[in-house]
Design a protein around this ligand. Structure first.
Ligand SMILES: [Zn+2]
Length: 385
């Protein structure tokens, strides 16, 4: 059977993608190793690697240790081939970073605001930051934002923290910058960053829970972000702990956020006459019983939330991130106790509870990874053919 031109092109693009993904996941490899793992004939592999070398996507980086035979030249992705831009929109500032092909931040910029920016002010600032960071080849821009996002249309459907509703972001930014643009919920973006470069690297199924001003969860199933039907999956902060509890900022009563976010710690700090969370934490570390108890209760409630996710989704790991991880030593023990006590024994034994590895940078690397994910995606046959 003779292959059609279109089929040949598709196979060619797929083979290129297989090679660059092998190098992305396994680091430097010799041509022989790539050929074996990709299942490609050596002559075909040599031609494809030559092509990728000429384009600058891969580079030769020295030789492997001699294994009896001749040392082989190693090929690796060139992290400087191109970069992606990741942006995080916050209430009073917009942070941006350029990220190289290995997921490392290579440049940063930010814009601050006196008040929460309007969508058009934010769009102008994002475009400006992107231009400032776009040196050399820029593959695209990813924007991380709180609230409900439709990743297909790039519209921020509802962001309570920013007070925005139905705000198109992708199309106006793509038009201004002539770049491909992705928009994603910030916690989902963080989970993606941890999946590619952080604590989630070795897990196919995990939940990334963020603790801070709010409580969110990014759900990764079979290696991919699970967004739900309308972009609202993972609103862990608003599961009900007590239907008669205090009113949450979502207007419901007794949400997890009331008992385990910064709001809870600030109320405890006030009650115990401390200035804020750092002072409360310092007192807890110095053995202050009231302060220690506050963090322990917070951990217990976070444990309830995590346990519910574990029982629903049966993940391999819970990855914990967000600003409040600075105080993890104070609430993690009670969180772990709660999760393990209430989960099924076989699950609890295998479950890993681990801190996120990328810190706050994950919120910038994550949206940039949306762009990289597109670059590394295996091409599929287009249309109905
Ligand atoms: Zn709520």
């Amino acid at each position: 059977m003779r292959l059609q031109k279109g089929d040949q092109d598709l196979i060619h693009r797929q083979n290129r993608a297989i090679i660059i993904n092998l190098l992305r996941l396994n680091g430097p490899l010799s041509r022989t190793e790539i050929a074996e793992r990709a299942g490609l004939a050596p002559s075909c592999l040599t031609r494809l690697v030559r092509e990728l070398l000429l384009e600058g996507i891969v580079a030769e980086i020295g030789k492997s240790g001699s294994n009896g035979g001749r040392p082989a030249v190693l090929v690796a992705l060139d992290p400087n081939y191109a970069h992606t831009i990741g942006v995080k929109v916050e209430r009073r500032r917009i942070l941006a970073a350029s990220v190289d092909m290995s997921g490392t931040i290579s440049g940063r910029a930010e814009t601050r605001f006196e008040q929460t920016p309007t969508p058009s002010e934010a769009i102008a600032a994002i475009a400006d930051l992107t231009r400032r960071l776009s040196v050399g080849r820029t593959l695209g821009l990813g924007v991380a934002i709180s609230g409900f996002v439709d990743p297909v249309t790039g519209v921020d459907l509802y962001s309570p923290i920013l007070g925005w509703e139905n705000t198109p972001l992708r199309d106006p930014l793509a038009a201004q910058l002539s770049l491909p643009v992705w928009v994603e919920n910030d916690v989902n973006a963080l989970a993606l960053a941890e999946r590619w470069y952080g604590a989630g690297r070795s897990f196919q199924h995990f939940v990334c829970i963020t603790v801070g001003e709010g409580i969110g969860a990014g759900v990764v199933i079979q290696g991919e972000i699970y967004r739900g039907a309308f972009g609202g999956a993972g609103e862990l902060g608003h599961i009900t702990i007590d239907p008669d509890g205090p009113v949450c900022r979502c207007q419901e009563r007794g949400c997890l956020e009331v008992y385990a976010s910064d709001r809870f710690l600030l109320e405890e700090a006030r009650r115990l006459r401390f200035d804020g969370i750092p002072e409360l934490a310092a007192a807890a570390r110095n053995g202050g019983n009231g302060a220690r108890d506050a963090f322990a209760r917070m951990g217990k409630f976070l444990g309830f939330g995590a346990k519910n996710l574990v029982n629903l989704l049966n993940p391999e790991a819970v990855v914990l991130g967000g600003e409040r991880m600075e105080e993890a030593d104070l609430f993690l023990p009670s969180l772990e106790e709660e999760v393990c006590r209430h989960s099924f024994p076989a699950e609890a034994e295998k479950l890993c509870i681990v801190p996120a590895e990328l810190g706050a940078d994950g919120f910038l690397i994550g949206p940039a990874t949306l762009v990289a994910a597109d670059f590394f995606r295996l091409p599929a046959r287009g249309g109905l053919g």
